[in-house]
Structure formats: C-alpha cells, structure tokens
Ligand binder design. Sequence first.
Ligand code: ADP
Ligand code: MG
Length: 979
Amino acid sequence: MIRKGKTPRRPPPKKPSNNQKDPVGVYCRVRPLGAEDGECCVEVISSTTIQLHAPDGLKANRNGEFKETQYSFKKVFGIKTTQCELFEDVAKPLADDLIHGKNGLLFTYGVTGSGKTYTMTGSPGQGGLLPRSLDMIFNSIGPFQAKRFVFKPDDKNGMEVQNQVDALLERQKRESQQSVPKTPSSRQRVDPEFADMINPDEACKADDVDEDSSYSVFVSYIEIYNNYIYDLLEEAPMDLIKPKWNGAGTPLRHNTEFIPPQSKILREDQNHNMYVAGCTEVEVKSTEEAFEVFWRGQKKRRIANTQLNRESSRSHSVFIIKLAQAPLDADGDNVLQDKNQVNVSQLCLVDLAGSERTSRTRAEGSRLREAGNINQSLMTLRTCIEVLRENQMCGTNKMVPYRDSKVTHLFKNYFDGEGKVRMVVCVNPKTDDYEETMLVMRFAEMTQEVEVARPVDRPICGFAAGRRQRNQAFKEELSRRLEERGGPVDGEPPAALNQLLQSFPPLPASELSDPNDDHTIPRLIEALEKRHRIRQMVTEDYNKAANMLKSMLQDLDGNLMSKENFIQDQRGRLGEKDKMIQNQKNEIDRLEKKSKMLEYKIDILQKTTNIYEEDKRALQHELESRDHRLQREVSEKKRMEVRMHGLVTDEKLRWQKECERRVNAKELEMQNKLWVKDEKLKQLKAIVTESKTDSRPDQPQRPSREKDRVPAKRSASPSPVPKSFTCQAPVWPLPQALRPAPLSLSTSSMSVASCISEWEQRVPQTDRQGSPSPPHGRSRAQGPPSSLSRRRGRCWARDCEVPVQPADVGLEEVGYRTGPPVRPMHRRSHSAGAERWVDHKPSTNVELDTVMQPSVANAIKVSAPSEKALAKCDKYMLTHQEMASDGEIQTKLIKGEVFKTRGGGQSVQFTDIETLKQENPLGPSRKRTSSETGPNQEECKDGSWTDVETRCAVAVEMRAGSNLGPGYQNHGYSKRRKP
Ligand code: ADP
Ligand code: MG
C-alpha cells in the first residue's frame, strides 16, 4: 500500500505564515592571487568590509567615484579562510535548517576563476560546501534513515510513503536489476578523484535532530545552460555513451555516438512550488554515495561540454539535496503511514555561471560593454533582486520577472519566502578583474537589502516524543531477556508468566477415579472460578495501573509539549532579537560608511575654507597697507601744499618789496636825471634868453618840460582825435603803491560808455602784456571786460578815488594836459546838500516807464554838454543807456565832480557809476534788478568776489605787482608822473 505525502509547504508563496524576515545573507570570499595574476586590487579591511583599489589605468574615475570603493557584507573571508571555516559560517546553518525541515538556497557568485567551484565543490583534500553539507546531513540523520524505497518521490514534486512490505519488495526488485547503487561500505571504495573531499576529522553534526522521525535523502543534479535545463543524473542518454572509468578515474570515451541530453521543463506543483519535471532524484544513504552521484553528474557535465563545445563557465549547476522526513508511528517502529506528516525540505547548492561579459572569454582584447552580452540569466537574477528590493523598500508591487530565466524561475519560491537564501560572492583580487569585480560587488551589496520571509517551523506531530528510543529500548530489553533465557523453550511459558501463574491458588487434584465422585469436579470448578476471579482482579488492576500510567504519560506529554512550545517561542524571540541586532549592525555599518564619506567632504571643505581665508587675510593686509600709504601720501601732499603756499607768499612779498625798492630807486634816479637835464636846459635857456632877449622880448615863456612833454602825452593817448580834452586823474593822497592807474583819454565826441568800453578793452591787452602766470584769483580778470571794469571801478571806489573817465561832454580842452592833476584844493568847495548838478540826459535816450526814476534836485538839465552849465555846477551826471547782455535796456548814471582847470576850463572827474536795470520777471531769473555800484552777473555768480575781504585783497593785489595792475600802471601812469 502506498501512501502519498505532499511537501508540507502549505502556504501559498505570496503570503508566508511568518512575517519575520531575514535579509539575504551575502558573504564574500577572497581567493589568493594566482601565480601570474600580478597586482592585487582587493583589500580586506575588516571582517565585514572589503575595499577595491582601482588599478592605475583606471584612476580617472568616470562616475566620479572614489578610487577606493568599499563594500560591506555579512562576513568577509580573506585568503587564508579554510573550507571548514567557510562551511561553519555559511553552509552549516543551511544544512541544519534542512535537517529541521526548512529549505535553503546557496549561491556562489563571481567572475570566472574567482573560486566559485572551489568554494562549492572544493578540491581533493579540501572539500567545499557541497560535500561538507552532505557529510553533516548524513552524520546527523544517519541512524534515523528510513529503509530504501520507504519514501518514494512522485512525479509531481511530492513524496510518497510505502509500507515496509512494499518497500522490501521494491528493494528486492531493484537489487535483482542491479541498478541501485550500493552504499559503499567504506571510504576506500570511493572514486579516488574525490576521495579526500570528505575528511572524517572535520565531521560535524546537527543538534536536536528529531529522532522520532525517519529520514531519506534524495539528490538531483541539473545544469542550466543557455536557459535550458539538463538533468545530469539521467540514466538513459548516458547509457549510450557509458563512459568507463580507468584506474585514475578519468573517463574513457566510448566510441558510440554522443546523444545530446534532452532539456527539461519547469513545472509548478499544487503548492505553487517550482520543480524540474521528470528530473532524476536519486535516494542516497551516505555522504560517499551522495557525492559519488554528484561526481557522476559532474563528469557527465564535462563530457557534454566537451562534446557540445560549450563553456562550463557559462552554465549554472544546481545540486539539490532533498530530505524527506516523516514521524515514526506510535510504536516508534515504523514510518507513520500518513502523507500529511511527510515533510520534504530541500537545499539547493548553485554554482552560478561566471559573472562577466561573455566576450571576455570569447574574444579577448575586445571587451564589449553592452549589457546584452552579460549572461542573460544573471542579468535576470539581478533584475529580479532589484525589483524585489524596490518592492520591499518602497512598498511597490512590481512584478518580479522570475519567468525571464530558468534560474530565477526555479528559485522564485525562495525569494517569495520559502527558505533561507545565502550567497557567497567569490573575488579574485587580480587587477584584471577589477571592473567585473566591482559590478559583482555592487550587485552583491544590493542583494543584501532584499529580505526573505523566515521559514516556519515544522508542525509537531501528535505523538509523544522519544518513541524511537522507547521502541528501541523495548526491543533491546526483549532481546536481552531472550538472550538471558537462551531463547524461549517450546511449551514452557516464560519466567514472568510462571511467576504470575504461581500467584494463583493451586488447582486441587482433579483425577476422577470414581464415576460417582461428586466432589472433585465441583472442587475443580470452585478452584477454577476462584482463579477466574483472581484473573479478573489482576486484569482490572492491570488496566487500572495501565490507565493511570497512560494518564500520567499523557500529562507528561502535555508538559513536554508546552515546554517545547515555550522553547520554540523563546527561540523565535531570540531570532527576532538576533535579527534586530543584525539590522542595527547593518545600519551602523551603513552610517559609518556615510560618516566616513562626510568626514572626507568636510575635510575638503575645511581645506578650501582655509585657503580662502588665507587669501582674504592677505588681501586685507594689502588693502590696509595701501590705505596707510595713501594716507601718508595725502598728509605729505597737504604738508607740501602748506609749505608751498607759505613759500609762494614769502616769495610774493619779497618780490613786492624788491619791486617797490627798484621802482623807487629808478624814480629817484630818473628824477635826478630829469632835474639835471632841466637844470641844463634852464642854463641853456638862460643863455639863449640872454642872447635873445634883445631880439624877441615878447615871446611867451613856457616851462620847457611842459613843452617837451606834449608830444609824449599825445603819443600815449589811445585815439588821437584832434578836438579832445583830457580827463586827468587827481593826485591821490595815498601811498604810491596803492594808487590805481589813472587813465587818460583824449576824445571830443566820444560817448562816456564807449570810453569805458575802450578802457575796458585795454585791460586784457595790458593783462596780456604782463606776467604770463596769472595766480588763481586773477584769472578772472580775463573774463568779459565789463566785469573787470566794474571791479576795478569798484575797487578804486573803495579807495575813495575813481579813475578819470572821459565824458562825451563837448568841453573844450581848456586846461593844458601838461600840468599835474588838479589838486584837491582846486575843487570847488560846496556845502553839503547844496551841490549843483549838471543832469546830462542825451536826447537819444529812451523814456522808461520805471517807477523808480532817478531825479536830482537842484540840477541843470542838459541834453548836450555845455561848458556854461558845467561852470555853474560842481557835480556832473550823465544818464547813459545801453543794451545789456540779456537784451534789456540798462541805464547807467555816470557821476563825476567838476573841477576848474588851471587854464580856466572845466574838467570832470568821474567818481561813480550807478547802474539801473529794468527786468522782466518772466524772463531768465536774475539775482538783482539794480545795483548801486553795478557789479554784473558774472561777478555775482562768482562767490569769491562777493565778500568784501576778497575784493579788497584783489584791489591790493592789482597794484602790488600783479600782471594786471602793475602792467597797467606802467603803461599810463609813470610817464605822467611828475617828479
Ligand atoms: P570559478 O569556478 O569561479 O571559475 P574556480 O573555483 O574554478 O573558479 O577556481 C579557479 C582556480 O582557483 C582553481 O584552480 C581553484 O583551485 C583556485 N582557487 C579558487 N579559490 C581558491 C582559494 N580560496 N584557495 C585556493 N585556491 C583557490
Ligand atoms: Mg567554476
């Protein structure tokens, strides 16, 4: 009778009953450098971190990455790590899980030559994870294995349980066929090629193996090449090539034609688990047997690769260890014939294809960088891991493309939460592999972020624990007793039975000698009844005791169960805590990495800041020094200015004095000369007169000097008009140096204004003839002539004297101009307020409508100058109109005093000019509408001329050797000076 047991992976893959999750455990193993590998680019910097150094050629990093990149893993194994150490950390827990009914998946991942196969399979004397796992499994379950064919795989990934008889029959059948590999009785019989793979000294064993279960191990070995699955343990095709083994264990190729293996397909069982349909599952009973099967597959793989010219590095090999276990029945004697109690766990050991671009092995030198050239199934694996990670981290629900490749499709259940997943990343530290290794590291690091649901614990069957032991103990006890007794003797009851029988009352003699004996039979009946009662009592007692024992046992069982549950619970919690610790460790690692990076950045920024600050300080220093220099220069300049100013003033004064001194000296000299000449002339005259007195006594006498001087005077006059009169400046009672230059003009019919204009025009001329270096205030003297004239007029007015201005008075030149200027005592005396005025208004004047009209009381009004009027008056006023620069009519009242000349004529000395101006307020604004002394606009605009002090200073300067004053003085003054 066959009972079918399905794998108890009940929960559908999408919702594992356990919501505890573990990250994919990623371990890194660095192999030693090969003899010709040259430089090393990998450094193990801690038990969890490795660092990759970019080789020199790659120093200029394209992605701006650091030259050194660090990767952290659950654990890093350096070059000295032994296979045993690696197994302890990586595969042992998986084998342990397998024994406890949980699934596991272990990958080796890395570039070709990085040690994947070495890690997984190992080499003689240094068995890898696979033989070690097998050894541990058999060491653990060895005594509890079921007989062959008790567990029988169905074709749908399930496990059937056969009863002892069926199993025995099948065994016998197979043995007769001789197809079942016999368990090698000793390690000596093992193929020498892998004889040393398993070292009995390093044997290890799982703890807490459930002894009340029966186990069976089945192995499968498949290869996935080019996305096709091949069964490496399939018998049929191999029959055709049937390699024979020579002494050295190398296959002798058969001459028969090689029939390529048929590829297998993937199917999903009723629990949604993927399996390779029709894949051979070989039941193995020992490590050696299992490894022999593996080796057979390995050889077949090699042959196929050679025959088909395939690259083994491009295929994935998957070795599946399936462990079926079912509880023993209540007797602890046989496997429980209940399919629901069969648990199948499997451990997949996957040696992945080399994770490099295929071109690397194909066309050397021309490494193609296209992603398409990377082994497609590895690409899919990466994609699946990425999507899983994204789904888990971002809470998205993207479809994981497991189906895109056979490898991922086959293991999809693991990632969906059907067992522990671990990966060993193998690294060859040679620089040639740097780029590939970096990609491998990135993928591996990312893989760690994927979490897989923790497999749930196997449900405990309802039987009391220790069945196997009890059963064994019972059997042992039985056989011992049998041995003690030398085995049961026929017809004789065993000793225990004897004892029991002795406790019964003895039977009375039952011999019947008399047919009428009425006593024997009733006595026998009575004794037998008694015995029956005793037996009933004993039975009752026994039943009672049995029941009591049973209930006691049940109590104990309950207790044990609750304890077990409690322990399980505690284990779960411990696991949770472990996971938390692990997570925190990972987080710490991550943060440490981050902080390292930040520190590096801060360092750079600090350096930059320092440089900038240094720059700033230098610039500030320079600025300060320049400031200082500037200040020094400015103060130096000021000091110089003051000094120069002082120097100039000193020099000016010195020169003034010098000039005065020279002029005086010259004057004196000239006077002396003149007097000498005069004297000579007088003497000459006297001589001549004496000699002529007699001849011309009526000739009028004239001072010789006056006669001489006439032509000189005339030549000095600017316009030698025949009928002219001279306006002579008076002799001022002022120091010579301060006297303004008198102006002498000889004109008869010239207007006063034109005389003024002419005089004004002379100023710049004289100015030009003077010193060519006008000092600051003096440059203004080169402005419009009018302004200058006024200034001069004003200045002189301040000195209470006014230069003589000719008027267009048609006065006869009565006084000869040879005489010295009229002395003040010649002025007509007049009492104050009783002056008489000649109010001369030329008829050409326009009548103005101004409110303020000049009116002079006690005046003789004339429209043309008349000597008669002048003779009567002592003041003269000419009202002169002219066009001002702004187009307005400007009225000037030119005032003067009338003097009598020595010759009896009249002379007018102008003392004052009053300017009246009418202004249109709508026109351009003016500061003043009228001014007494008539400083004109330009003068007003010039602030420096408006204050009295400045004006005085200029007035003084003009006579103190300025280019204007002295030049002018010299021109018309010295000549007229009377010695
Ligand atoms: P892969 O399977 O990744 O292509 P292999 O496992 O075939 O690489 O390793 C290539 C070579 O390197 C083998 O000769 C192997 O013995 C050696 N090797 C790999 N890893 C180690 C190691 N950790 N210690 C010593 N030798 C190693
Ligand atoms: Mg390999």
